[in-house]
Design a protein. Structure first.
Length: 305
């Protein structure tokens, strides 16, 4: 059952970049509406969850956590704007592959913040992933897919760094392990505010996008920002860390398939190799960190016993 929910969630978010391309609006416009349309639905879900928590005598979330949730949303807005821009430049599939390099920067941040020093093997994987990102740019070859694949790869890489920062703050915002709708709602409201702040830098931002863009933006909000992440946030914490890491890799893989089928996103051989290197490196790094986390937890339990 949990695996099914997780897979449905991954499948839902795999359409994010597809709906962004179909909406064909500016990056900030897509960011604003995917969150603005999602916020009322998340508020309804959180209201229902809160009533259940109140009946069980569970205290409400701390103000600090809610503030961190809002802050994570501001960071998420910047990430989404960068990601949407990279999608326009390098395509839905490749843009999603590049975005998954956030795992690399979370590992580096863990070293900087918590002294979790990466091993030589981890540094090797990080170097391989960065080389893979360079290859996804196509090296300005004529057969490279995308209107500007080099710029798209650079923007996607920066977006991955910002997404890593979002994950760190969002994790702190959910320290009490509240039902997922609460933290996600706070973050989504923050992202709406962040998108409005970014709008001053986007001359093509539109509060009334032309039809059928609103249809695709509603689907983007409901499938990815609401259903997808609620399913993932519900199922993944209850699954083994290693399997969780592998399941999440389904998003870029599915998106590459949808991009090929729907938009005929035919990457160059160099870009295909780069994508494979990035995904393999992200998988190895994710599984390595998850395994290390499991071992640390097992050691802690053995010590307590």
């Amino acid at each position: 059952m949990l695996y099914g929910l997780a897979l449905l969630g991954v499948l839902a978010i795999s359409f994010s970049a597809i709906f962004v391309r179909l909406a064909d609006v500016s990056p900030v416009t897509a960011t604003f509406f995917r969150c603005a349309y999602a916020a009322p639905v998340l508020a309804l879900v959180w209201t229902l969850q809160s009533r259940g928590r109140t009946r069980r005598g569970v205290p409400p979330r701390a103000t600090r956590e809610r503030a961190l949730g809002f802050l994570s949303g501001l960071i998420l807005a910047a990430d989404l704007v960068l990601w949407h821009e990279s999608i326009a430049l390098v395509g839905a599939g490749l843009g999603t592959v590049i975005a998954n390099v956030q795992v690399v920067f979370v590992a580096i941040a863990a070293w900087a913040l918590y002294g979790d020093r990466p091993s030589a093997r981890t540094w090797t994987i990080i170097a391989a992933v960065l080389c893979g990102i360079a290859m996804t740019s196509g090296f300005a070859r004529a057969d490279a897919y995308g209107s500007n694949p080099t710029l798209g790869a650079v923007i996607g890489l920066i977006g991955g760094i910002v997404y890593g920062a979002f994950l760190l703050v969002f994790r702190a915002a959910n320290a009490s392990l509240a039902p997922p709708a609460g933290p996600l709602l706070d973050s989504t409201i923050g992202a709406v505010a962040g998108a409005l702040l970014c709008a001053i830098f986007d001359p093509h931002f539109a509060l009334t996008p032309a039809w059928p863009a609103p249809l695709w933006l509603v689907l983007l909000a409901l499938t990815s920002q609401v259903a997808g992440w609620l399913l993932i946030a519900t199922a993944l914490p209850r699954l083994p860390s290693v399997e969780t890491s592998i399941l999440l890799l389904g998003q870029p893989i599915f998106t590459v398939i949808w991009g090929l089928v729907i938009f005929d996103e035919r990457l160059s051989p160099l870009q295909w190799i780069g994508s494979a290197v990035v995904l393999a490196g992200v998988a190895a790094l994710s599984v390595s960190r998850a395994t290390a986390g499991q071992r640390s937890e097992e050691c802690r339990l053995e010590t307590e016993q």
